[in-house]
Design a protein around this ligand. Sequence first.
Ligand SMILES: Cc1ncc(COP(=O)(O)O)c(C=O)c1O
Length: 336
Amino acid sequence: MTAVARSGRYILGPEVEAFEREFADFCGARHCIGVGNGTDAITISLRALGVEAGDEVVVPSFTFYASAEAIANMGARPVFCDIDPRTFCVTPDTVKAAMTERTKAILSVDLFGRLAPDLRGLGVPVVEDSAQAHGATRDGRRAGTNGDAGTFSFFPSKNLGALGDGGAIVTDDDELAARARRLRFHGSTDKSTFTDVGYNSRLDAVQAGVLRLLLPDLDGWNEARREVARAYARNGLGEVDGIELPEWDGEEHVFHLYVIRSERADALLEALTERDVGVRAYYRRPVHEQPAMAPFPPAADLPGTAEAARTHLALPMGPLLDERAIDEVIAACASG
Ligand SMILES: Cc1ncc(COP(=O)(O)O)c(C=O)c1O
């Protein structure tokens, strides 16, 4: 931070370029474009892919509101699709069910730290919203590289978080990267000719410096999160009546959140809160039911979304959670 203060280069500049190189390498992508936050990363990626006002973009309703807001903000139409309530992610079938001839792109979401399935092959470009899944890996491919572009948030609570807002886009596509770079900077490459109506959405150098310090530890922290998940299972959380543990198959999950499913989720929430255990139901009201999304009603019911909204509950999760705390949470669930 002192180096940035002394450099006089506060927005973009060499520190941001260095982070962009390092994060692109970490993800296994050719390009990384640092932007102001994870919401802008989605909007700019879709714009760079050629999505325009009035176009349809398929997006799950069971996600953080920003995934859909980023679509509506550019005048495009979020078309809400269902999820598999066991994984909290879309499937090729739930996406296909929402596609029409006006579908211009798919926004998949790696929710809670689990990778969504690869949706390339459905005939339209895919943007992977990896805001909750930095470092998640499947078959050697990292979060953000399972579509035409991947987007990240560096909001402080994320697996890789800055000391303020920040975001990034990763892609292997040279032209898409060039367009995204232009769009984050008012639609210009040289500050004198403006070829697009773009955005002012740039990663700042202090945040890039912080992220460069933290990035080398990310894989270790993610492994520590997986170890907490293993400990929940090993120490008996799955035997507590009515609790289903998160579905995951080894390496790929980075447990941004540790989310169980239970028909008595609300009773558990109350009992655990009374015992000062930090639990939360994040998306009880899915995005398509939010008042601002009233203009975009889904064409069909979303039963998987309704089930996940009703039954999910996030238990404490973090790389520093120890066995004693884990056992206390399990005991609180058993008596709740
Ligand atoms: C799934 C998802 N998408 C998008 C965002 C938006 O990121 P930001 O808050 O950096 O704009 C977030 C996090 O806040 C998120 O969890």
